[in-house]
Write a protein of this length. Sequence first.
Length: 269
Amino acid sequence: MDGHSKDGCFKKMGYRDWWPGKKVKPKPKAACVEAGPSPISGITDELYRLFVKHFKDESISEMGPKANLASRERIYDGWVVDTCATEHVTHRDDFLTNKVVHGNQIPITIPNGDKIPIMGEGEHTLPRGLKIDGVLHVLNFNYNLLYVHKLAKKLHCAITFFPDFFVMHKLVTRDLIGVCNCIGGLYRMGTMERKAFATTFEVWHKRLDHPSSNKISNLDFIKNVPSSSKIEVCDACFKAKHTRLPFPISEIKIASCFDLIHCECVGEV
C-alpha cells in the first residue's frame, strides 16, 4: 500500500497507544455459522435453515450429559434408515399387516454375524401413510431397519442425508414426504400411531359424514376392520334422509271398519 513501508505497518508491528482504533474492541464472532442456501430443489432456503436449526438443537438435547443414570440407556424401538442393510427388518410383530409365514426360508445374517430365522414378512405403514412391503419379521434383533435402496424404489423418492437429519421427496413432483432426525449416528424414523385406526365401522361412519358400509370398505387404511363390526342401523341416517316430517299423531278413534271413509272429489262440484 502507498504511504508506508513494511517496517512501519501498524498491522504488522502492532498499533501505538495513540492510535484511535486501538481501544475499539473487536466484535465477537458467532459460535455457529448460519446455514446457507438450500442445496437441493424442493426445499426453500427458509425451510432448510429451519430444519438445520431444529434438528441440531434436538440432537444436542438428546445427546447431552445425563447425571445419575443407574440403568442402561433404552434401545430406540422405532425405524433406523440404513444404507448397508439389504432388506427391511423388524423384530416387532405388531408392526406388520397382511403377514405371511414362509416355510424353509433362508435365515438372515445380522450385523454381528449371527444367522437368525425369518418368522415371516408383511406390510407396514410409515408416518404420513407411506406404505412399504416385504418387511421381514425376525426375533432376537434389537433394531428395526429400513433399507434405503428398497425404500427409495418403492416410494419413488429421493433421500438426501445431512449431518443432523435427512429428507425424502418425490422424484417427479419434488413434494416433501418425510423429514427425520439423526441422533447418536442413527438416522431415525418414527412409527405411525395405530390407535386411530383400530376402531369400529360405526365410528368411521360418523367421522366420514355417514357414508354406506360399502364405501367405507373401499378405504385402504380401514380394510382390516372386522366385517362383524359394520353398522346396520343408524338413527341419524334415517332422520337425515327423510324428505318430510313424520305424520302427526291422530286423535280419531273408530270402533269398526268403514266408520270413517276418506274420499276425494275430482272435477267440478
